[in-house]
Design a binder for this molecule. Sequence first.
Ligand SMILES: NC(=O)c1ccc[n+]([C@@H]2O[C@H](COP(=O)([O-])OP(=O)(O)OC[C@H]3O[C@@H](n4cnc5c(N)ncnc54)[C@H](OP(=O)(O)O)[C@@H]3O)[C@@H](O)[C@H]2O)c1
Length: 237
Amino acid sequence: MSGLAGRTVLVVGRAGGIARAVTLAVRAAGGAVVVAGRDPEALAAAYDDPGISAERVDLTDEGSVAALAGRLGRVDHVVSAASARARGAVGDLDHAAVLTALAVKVAGPILLAKHFAPRMPADGSFVLFSGSSSRRPAAGMLAVAATNGAVDVVARSLAVELAPIRVNAVSPGTIDTGAYDGLGDQRKAALFATRAATSPARRIGVAADVAGAVVYALTSTFVTGTVLDVDGGEPLA
Ligand SMILES: NC(=O)c1ccc[n+]([C@@H]2O[C@H](COP(=O)([O-])OP(=O)(O)OC[C@H]3O[C@@H](n4cnc5c(N)ncnc54)[C@H](OP(=O)(O)O)[C@@H]3O)[C@@H](O)[C@H]2O)c1
């Protein structure tokens, strides 16, 4: 295992949550970070560190991904932490929302691989984001689970196709990143209390739990084609 000194890591996602924790963990491991998302001004404003620069990318737009790859040239590692969740019972699912979820979280990493892998060193790697809902079907989570399951397949397939560039996925459980704020305070607190009570880890995860696994995947040169579960054992409960 080696650190990330002298390496550049592209982190696609928002200014907070898991993407932020990953960015800070990569910096702590000595790497430089390019954070990229749909709002580069917000990303730039979120950090005060010459080792972090901000760029624009929309993962649903191949031209945008290709342009980013052209602007950056070589990067050593790519982390795709973007998502657009399509929650809801099957009867309520909006077709366009399902397609957007797949476009961001499944097709997006495929586009990143298409445009960045040719510019990456042989010891580079990708980390994609899956999620534990694919292992524990629940009403209202069909499209989220299907998206996550597809990410696992993309990671394994790319690991074979892009070798020796490594490709792994990280699969978080319930992580308090703000992703559940839309439920409102009461429903969110009730959900977190239930999950914390039943999860073998007996708590909800924090973004730093996930960032540690991402740095492990980036730096472990004999780990590829795997899905790292960082879920407190939630699917077992
Ligand atoms: N939090 C959890 O409990 C949990 C559980 C399982 C899996 N995960 C996965 O872990 C990753 C990070 O989760 P998180 O909770 O920290 O963040 P998140 O709330 O899922 O945020 C993902 C961000 O992706 C960005 N995004 C959406 N569409 C995009 C597009 N077309 N191009 C580029 N960026 C786009 C959005 O940022 P902007 O709005 O700024 O554009 C969005 O806020 C995600 O892949 C998520 O699915 C999280």
